[in-house]
Design a protein around this ligand. Structure first.
Ligand code: PLP
Length: 411
């Protein structure tokens, strides 16, 4: 359709992701607040048991954030100065920072052009005698090619770690995220698939590693307060240098309550993704990411690729659509350039993608009409619409109600 399409801005603005807290979540937290144990109590093990069951892992260890999960994972694997860990560059910086916390060197791998997941062929090229582990990031909520990564890890004697901060609730060939790697890290931040406010977890089938993780999240001591209370003993020893990365009981109660809703929420995310998929299929100027075979995608993010991304981003923002960019490739951040000498040309596929990627709003409480609004606005913006800000000359006091119009000029 040629001509102008008028879109009154969304109010309140539509964010790219948002938590969903119901009365039963609140009641679960309040119950714990009235109990004897605010932290290191019974709810921690209960949540860990529920998470292990949901992910098909033998053990789950609850911690204070996804970043803490990644940090403790590197410590449990004894990453130290001189060690290299291969990390995809198209991720949140914490996936690489955890290696640096331990004095190790993150080695950035490029991503597959179709899926934007870590490219096993590029990983193979970057393995050296110093490589100790691979961190695979389930970008946007899609499990990586773990069969290929497992073959590489086994051949070179490396640990395989999943940064599954996007993919809680996803599966490959019916096997849930959390049981696809040696150790899997989750985040429970409000934008993620379920939340405890701040929070995270590690899953593994290795009971010794789980034990070590539980000690490391509690300063590196041999027993926690509840264990001592139960046995009536005062004695504990510091056996290695750990941290206070504990998750409280009221957060674990929230986590348990949220986890029950995860399957329905993933279904809703998949439904909304299908709406986007259908709307953008064959649409010139809007590229979609490929989905690997036999994947149940968690759709933490719905990412499209567009030319003039910053202009399109601005056009969406102007009509109250909180699109976002995931991510600036980690090797392009000033810290990594300065400290590790990384820069342009290191990961060309990710760098090219970075110029075009845009994450559209996607969260379970979104209505179909919200998605339709995003589709309309994106189509208009991509069609080359110059942004008309009608009323730009209004007095400052009136700008909150400024009427915006996106004019789509037929290409
Ligand atoms: C959110 C996220 C993290 C960090 O999790 P926090 O809970 O915010 O510390 C790490 N890696 C990825 C890929 C993430 O999306």
């Amino acid at each position: 359709m040629a001509g102008a399409s008028q879109l009154p801005p969304r109010s309140p603005a539509l964010p790219y992701g948002r938590q969903w807290i119901d009365e039963d979540d609140i009641a679960a937290v309040v119950d714990v607040l009235r109990s004897d144990w605010l932290t290191t109590g019974p709810r921690v093990a209960e949540f860990e048991g529920a998470l292990a069951a949901a992910t098909g892992a033998r053990e789950a260890v609850a911690v204070s954030s996804g970043t803490a999960a990644l940090h403790l994972t590197m410590l449990a694997l004894r990453i130290r100065p001189g060690d290299e860990v291969i990390v995809p560059t198209l991720t949140f910086a914490a996936s690489a920072n955890c290696v640096v916390y331990c004095g190790g060197t993150p080695v950035f791998a490029d991503v597959d052009a179709e899926t934007l997941l870590i490219d096993p062929a590029d990983v193979a090229r970057r393995i050296t005698s110093r490589t100790r582990a691979i961190v695979a990031v389930d970008f946007a909520g899609q499990p990586c090619d773990y069969a290929a990564l497992r073959a590489l890890a086994d051949h070179h004697g490396l640990a395989l770690v999943a940064d599954a901060c996007h993919s809680l609730g996803a599966a490959e060939r019916g096997r849930p995220t959390g049981s696809l790697a040696d150790l899997t890290c989750f985040s429970l931040h409000p934008v993620k698939n379920i939340t405890t406010g701040e929070g995270g977890a590690i899953t593994t089938d290795d009971e010794l590693l789980a034990r070590r993780l539980r000690s490391l999240r509690n300063h590196g001591v041999t027993s926690d307060r509840r264990e001592r209370e139960e046995t009536g003993a005062w004695f504990y020893e510091l056996v290695e240098l750990g941290f206070n990365y504990r998750l409280t009981d009221f957060q674990c109660a929230l986590g348990q309550s949220q986890l029950r809703k995860l399957p329905a929420w993933i279904e809703r995310r998949q439904e909304l993704a299908r709406l986007y998929d259908t709307a953008f299929a064959g649409r010139p100027g809007i590229g979609r990411l490929a989905v690997r075979p036999d994947i149940s995608h968690a759709y933490h993010l719905y990412v499209v690729r567009v030319a003039e991304r910053d202009r399109v981003y601005g056009a969406l923002r102007d009509v109250g659509i909180g699109a976002n960019v995931h991510y600036i490739p980690v090797h392009l951040h000033p810290y990594y350039r300065d400290r590790f000498g990384t820069g342009e040309g290191l990961c060309p596929v990710a760098e090219a993608a970075y110029a075009e990627i845009l994450s559209l709003p996607l969260f379970p409480q979104m209505e179909d009409e919200d998605a339709a609004f995003v589709v309309e606005a994106l189509n208009a913006a991509v069609a080359g619409g110059a942004l008309l800000v009608a009323g730009a000359a209004l007095p400052a006091a009136a700008t909150g109600a400024t009427v915006l119009a996106v004019r789509a000029e037929a290409a």
